[in-house]
Write a protein that binds this ligand. Structure first.
Ligand SMILES: *[C@@H]1O[C@H](CO)[C@@H](O)[C@H](O)[C@H]1NC(C)=O
Ligand SMILES: *[C@@H]1O[C@H](CO)[C@@H](O)[C@H](O)[C@H]1NC(C)=O
Ligand SMILES: *[C@@H]1O[C@H](CO)[C@@H](O)[C@H](O)[C@H]1NC(C)=O
Ligand SMILES: *[C@@H]1O[C@H](CO)[C@@H](O)[C@H](O)[C@H]1NC(C)=O
Ligand SMILES: *[C@@H]1O[C@H](CO)[C@@H](O)[C@H](O)[C@H]1NC(C)=O
Ligand SMILES: *[C@@H]1O[C@H](CO)[C@@H](O)[C@H](O)[C@H]1NC(C)=O
Length: 458
């Protein structure tokens, strides 16, 4: 043991010589200006990489291989938050163009190019970006409203969910198309994102139908055992076996999104005991991902085996925890401790500026695992994680969101009112009626299947 420590110590000494000239990002976790300036550096690195890839392929809203489409959605979501939290709106039109480009013909984030691997989780990752755009009053898109796009995602997923009554008593499948690998898996990303989107729509529109679906979704996840009695969130279940066997691997991402959704539900229900227990239990369960309060992706980080996708999870976790703290003050102190320690670690794990801003995956002080690299050199996830956890510190002071429930008073463009279907404040119309926003689910599935057949025939 001692010999090993000695060796690691020597290694990190050697590393600090090698990188000695590049200073870590300087962050004072209690100083607004310091937080904003660190976030600006990190966002700049991401956008510089995006600008370069946009020049290369001309398709807005994508990052090149090996970054999957979902991750682009998560990153643009982070840049929408960046604008809201820091007031630096210089990237708004770039980000807005990216989201609009990837909407697909039916304005529900199901672009035909992605059909070959389009999962419910991928679609909802973009849908959650759209609802954030609505909440923060992001400049209105050319055609429609941000909230309509989020509602379209909800509606298409709800129709898939309603077809699932016979299998596992509910729950979304990972993949939406029968011929894609993963169709037989009911996963916590798809179901957690659906739960969160429903809870956010409920909070934003005041429409009780969304909170009913959020509740059903959560209760299903607990009944099936995706969420344990002590609020551990497991990865997913095989639909082939009636969801009886659960894959018990735990990702911080899932803990975060369920905590954020539960926090919103506890807020909407004015602190109902069971939702307050849920949010407290989920935040307690996050301890499995903490090393002296610093977020660690335990399932793969310690072995250094996190894949490209997994290396972007901690950013989403940080975002969701920060937002949970806003809606459920009862967990705000615990979350603040986690975010401050993690942001401090993340800033120390990053260095450089401009397009060369580079980060490594591990934030824990004791840990030097992971390569240090910029977004363009393979660490988009790491730079994104750092941006999210640093800017998360700004949430407590952020401007109020645009809200339809009378509790927010955002000064944005008032986009949080839908053009079709349920109106922002009526609280009566059902989400199914928001098909009026122009989505015909059956025809979308048919179009996707057709697009896929075309892709296969190449
Ligand atoms: C990226 O391009 C946009 C629009 O062309 C520009 O406003 C922005 O400054 C560029 N950002 C970086 C970091 O290169
Ligand atoms: C789909 O691919 C085509 C051909 O590369 C491209 O022109 C188009 O912009 C892509 N659309 C999206 C939404 O990515
Ligand atoms: C599932 O079936 C039950 C009983 O037929 C029904 O009450 C329920 O509303 C259905 N659920 C969904 C999601 O369609
Ligand atoms: C808190 O989390 C720990 C371990 O993660 C677990 O053993 C314990 O049961 C949890 N407590 C509550 C009240 O959920
Ligand atoms: C919380 O309790 C209420 C009232 O008993 C119940 O209607 C609701 O289904 C419960 N929700 C959850 C998530 O357990
Ligand atoms: C609901 O959230 C707001 C902020 O969005 C917060 O001020 C309020 O205290 C929360 N209410 C409850 C019951 O947690």
């Amino acid at each position: 043991m001692i010999a090993m420590l000695g060796r690691i110590g020597l290694q990190s000494l050697a590393l600090s010589f090698a990188f000695g000239r590049v200073a870590a990002l300087d962050l004072d976790v209690t100083g607004q200006d310091s937080i904003k300036s660190t976030a600006k550096t990190l966002a700049g690195g991401i956008v510089a990489f995006y600008n370069d890839s946009l020049k290369a392929d001309g398709i807005p809203g994508l990052f090149p291989d090996p970054y999957y489409w979902w991750e682009a959605g998560a990153v643009f979501h982070g840049l929408i938050e960046y604008s809201h939290l820091t007031g630096d709106s210089q990237y708004d039109s770039l980000v807005s163009e990216a989201l609009q480009w990837q909407l697909g013909d039916d304005k529900a984030f199901m672009p035909a190019n992605q059909t070959g691997s389009l999962g419910n989780d991928d679609q909802s990752t973009w849908g959650l970006a759209a609802i954030t755009a609505a909440e923060v009053g992001f400049p209105k898109p050319k055609d429609g409203n941000w909230i309509d796009y989020a509602v379209n995602v909800f509606d298409t997923q709800l129709s898939r969910l309603q077809a699932e009554n016979g299998t596992c008593g509910g729950g979304l499948r990972w993949q939406m198309l029968t011929f894609n690998t993963g169709y037989d898996y009911k996963d916590s990303t798809s179901n957690g994102n659906f739960f969160l989107l429903a809870a956010r729509l409920a909070k934003l529109t005041g429409d009780a139908t969304y909170s009913e679906w959020a509740e059903k979704s959560f209760i299903w996840a607990k009944d099936i055992g995706l969420i344990s009695d002590s609020y551990a969130v497991y990865d997913g279940a095989s639909a082939k076996q009636g969801c009886e066997s659960i894959s018990k691997i735990e990702w911080s991402y899932h803990n975060g999104i369920y905590a954020e959704g539960a926090a919103l539900m506890s807020n909407i229900t004015n602190g109902a005991q069971n939702w307050t227990d849920a949010v407290k239990g989920l935040v307690n369960a996050s301890s499995v991902f903490l090393d002296y309060n610093v977020l660690v992706e335990v399932a793969c980080e310690n072995s250094g085996e996190c894949d490209v996708d997994q290396r972007a999870y901690k950013g989403i976790t940080a975002r969701s925890l920060a937002r949970a703290a806003l809606s459920a003050p009862v967990v705000a102190d615990s979350i603040k401790t986690i975010l401050q320690a993690s942001a401090k670690g993340a800033a120390s794990a990053c260095s450089g500026s401009g397009e060369d801003v580079s980060c490594k995956f591990s934030w824990a002080e004791s840990d030097s695992k992971g390569e240090t690299a910029s977004a363009k050199d393979g660490n988009l996830g790491e730079v994104f994680d750092a941006l999210e956890v640093v800017q998360a510190l700004l949430y407590p002071q952020a401007k109020a969101i645009v809200s339809g429930d009378g509790q927010g008073s955002g000064s944005g463009s008032g986009d949080a009112t839908q053009t079709g279907g349920a109106s922002g404040t009526s609280g009566t119309a059902s989400p199914q009626q928001t098909g009026a926003a122009g989505v015909n689910v059956a025809s979308i599935i048919a179009a996707l299947a057709l697009a896929f057949a075309v892709v296969l025939s190449y």
